[in-house]
Design a protein around this ligand. Sequence first.
Ligand SMILES: [Zn+2]
Length: 103
Amino acid sequence: MVHSEKQKLQKARAYFKFILAGLPKPVSTKYLTATEQDTWKQIIELRNTLLSIHDENSRILGLNVPEFKCFICNKPTIEDYKITKDGMTYNLCKKHFKEEWKN
Ligand SMILES: [Zn+2]
């Protein structure tokens, strides 16, 4: 199967986002010096910024990125299916939205 340039770009960017999102956060930073903790905090903040602008920048590159994605399975969804837990709002697909309401 031949991928178009756009598909390649989409795939590469999705992989980048996946790796970035999985960047491990140590359970404890108490073994780090104050300077190291400070730098680590900056890394996390920059990582979060990069994650938060990713979709918008994919759209700038002409990629088709759905506005809302399921927090659990990452499938495109609509704004209506969302839940609020511990003060955070999550978008869900229809399937996971229904499952959440059962719990
Ligand atoms: Zn889902």
